[in-house]
Design a binder for this molecule. Sequence first.
Ligand SMILES: [Zn+2]
Length: 471
Amino acid sequence: MYQSFIGLEIHIQLLTETKVFCGCINRFGDEPNTNVCPVCMGYPGVLPALNGEAIHLSYIVARALNCTLSPQAVFERKNYFYPDMPKNYQISQFSSPLGRNGWIDLEYQGKKKRIRIHEIHLEEDAGKMIHAGDMSLLDYNRAGTPLLEIVTEPDMEAGEEAELLLQNFRRTIRYLGVCDGNMEEGSMRCDANVSINLEGKGLGRKVEIKNLNSSRFVRMALNYEIERQTENLDKGVKVIQETRLWNENRDVTEAMRTKESAHDYRYFPEPDLPPFIPGAEFLARVDKGLVELPEARRARFIADYGLNETAADFLINEKATADFYEEVLKSGAAPDTAASWLQFDVRKILNRGNQELAGSPLTAQRLAQLLSLLAENRIHGKIAKQVLEAVFAEDKDPARIIKEKGWEQMNSPAELAALVDKVLAANTKAADAVRAGDEKPLGFLMGQIMKETGGRAEPRLVQKLLKEKTG
Ligand SMILES: [Zn+2]
């Protein structure tokens, strides 16, 4: 039996206003080579200056991932030549990264597992190379974007675990507000490494996989690679230590280059940047940036509100939804009712319009008002759904919609009794059948009354009156 060892290297671009060592705007999608300056273009003689917000966000991530913080974070030059790196070196961290020995907890197939984080370091992103036909174009807007690298230990065994880790991690960084986690646009990127060996023999020869721009591809590529390596070992073929690319059109990994015997990047301390020493005041500010993380919130929602796992998972997936939900509860709405409305009715409308909850006409106050009108029996369930649709369509409060449309429930026994009499008189055949003991026409009579009232009659009261008057 073979054992597999999977590790991930995740890169996230930090959501800062400006780049990490210069004042250029940090923004995706601008006209190529417009957000550049002598510092990020690597002109001789320029001086980098560390962006305070970038280092702040980096430490928030390190704390959230349970890392031991380094007493001093050292910046070093990683030397290599590549056209997307105009300085011929990248400012990164090597000997003393800002965080080490953290962890992320996973739950896979009912089993809890702790994935260790080897280290977290801050570096600058490279520019972007765009290959068009036989030309290669360069856009340096991305050069110098603050990039945080998170390196896990090879603690995962299956592609599914790696996919889950990425999903959990993405949710965490979105909760922290440090990165939008958009893998398609490249603000979050992932390289995976995998080796297999006979059980108990330790790590095998490591194969790296690049070009993974979704967590689904990470799972597929790793599972493909585990199968490929297993087949090779079974046949007595040695696995080569190499870098492979995921081909998303063919669903296979392909050899890219064999790993030159350990790169020599000649790291040395960046002479133009002093080590960063986090002081007490800085660390206090970092702690202020820590919010309740998704896993903790999920556990609390289940314990405090009695939600099932599916509802809790749905609500905590986006921080905005979880915040919205708790805002609705403040008005006294029942936790399970509010959860169900968000999970089904609201989601259905949002999906249909390809809309986000945040910025939509439905505010927490409006949903709270709708649920309280429902709880007070002033409208019934079917009308409530129409009111919700109207909130989205007309951008008005539920109470106003009900008033304007005359949708308030009819609860007056006298008013409804008169109506029941009228319907019975107009449908003597059905009424007589019910009186003779046939219950079938009751549904039809009920429908007639609902039609008369535009669906506003309180159904239980109508049912009671119908029984009385035909009994
Ligand atoms: Zn710049």
